[in-house]
Design a protein around this ligand. Structure first.
Ligand SMILES: Nc1ncnc2c1ncn2[C@@H]1O[C@H](COP(=O)(O)OP(=O)(O)OP(=O)(O)O)[C@@H](O)[C@H]1O
Length: 262
């Protein structure tokens, strides 16, 4: 499995938007119909695709690898109204990546009768570089503490050095992330709180982009510096981006003429 995988999901267009759209999809490539630009991704879905297809194309594997002890992260990235929440949260009719992943996680765990699992879940937002707990709204401005998890085989605690009966305990994390609309960062001419919000979103997305670029260039394995500390987002996600972790970026896009910026 490739460590970083980028899939594109275009939001369905209205018939009028479809008629004027300058973009064409062919295989895993999106290009302008005048051939001036062409972009290739690991996977480009059609606008009539279902979230379960997107889940099956890579996220399902990531969930399986998390159960085996490897960290994984799935992001939805894209401008406002491009379908990030539709993709990640979904609806009763079409469940999103988050409920599909949780369901898959529990199914995988149920199949592994020979192992014990402890699941912990948190649900948080990063707003203006402050971390707020969405399950306990009174817990605002959470601090990040870096800790070394020390885990031991249960065999050792009973004085038996054999690792045959029980595997060592493994700790892994699955992050499912709905990123803020990326365009708010730039074009809005916003003031006050909106300007502050926009600049923080910009900072986080820039930091995430730099970290992912460095990782995909192999900086970490070559001993180079990966600037995880540049934003709260990258600090929190550090264990699930670097090392042996697997990452999928689902880019939600709108192929409408009005969103063509040159
Ligand atoms: N693939 C899709 N099929 C049908 N409707 C969709 C699809 N993607 C998005 N929509 C609809 O488009 C609208 C905007 O989608 P959504 O709220 O998910 O965007 P968003 O990227 O999360 O926006 P924001 O950044 O503002 O939170 C919603 O009404 C949603 O139901």
């Amino acid at each position: 499995m490739e460590r970083i995988y980028v899939a594109v999901r275009p939001r369905p267009l209205s018939p009028e938007e479809s008629e004027t759209s300058p973009w064409r999809i062919s295989g895993n490539t999106i290009s302008l119909s005048n051939h001036s630009s062409k972009f290739e991704f690991d996977r480009v879905f059609g606008e009539d695709c279902k979230t379960v297809d997107i889940f099956g194309s890579r996220t399902k594997e990531i969930v399986a690898s998390v159960v085996r002890g490897f960290n994984g992260t799935v992001f939805a990235y894209g401008q406002t109204s491009s379908g990030k929440t539709y993709t990640m949260r979904g609806s009763a009719n079409e469940p999103g990546i988050i409920p599909l992943s949780v369901h898959e996680l529990f199914c995988s765990i149920q199949e592994k009768m020979d192992r014990e699992f402890l699941l912990r879940m948190s649900y948080m937002e990063i707003y203006n570089e402050e971390i707020n707990d969405l399950l306990a709204p009174e817990h605002r401005k959470l601090q990040i503490h870096e800790s070394l998890e020390i885990v031991e085989s249960r065999d050792r605690s009973v004085g038996d050095n054999s690792f045959n009966c029980f595997d060592a305990v493994r700790v892994s994390a699955l992050n499912l992330v709905d990123l803020a609309g990326s365009e708010r960062a730039g074009k809005t001419g916003a003031e006050g709180m909106r300007l502050k919000e926009g600049s923080h979103i910009n900072k986080s997305l820039m930091a995430l982009g730099t970290v992912i670029k460095k990782l995909s260039d192999g900086a970490e394995s070559l001993g180079g510096h990966v600037p995880y500390r540049d934003s709260k987002l990258t600090r929190i996600l550090q264990p699930a981006l670097g090392g042996n972790a697997n990452t999928t970026m689902i880019c939600n896009i709108t192929l409408s003429q009005v969103f063509l910026f040159t």
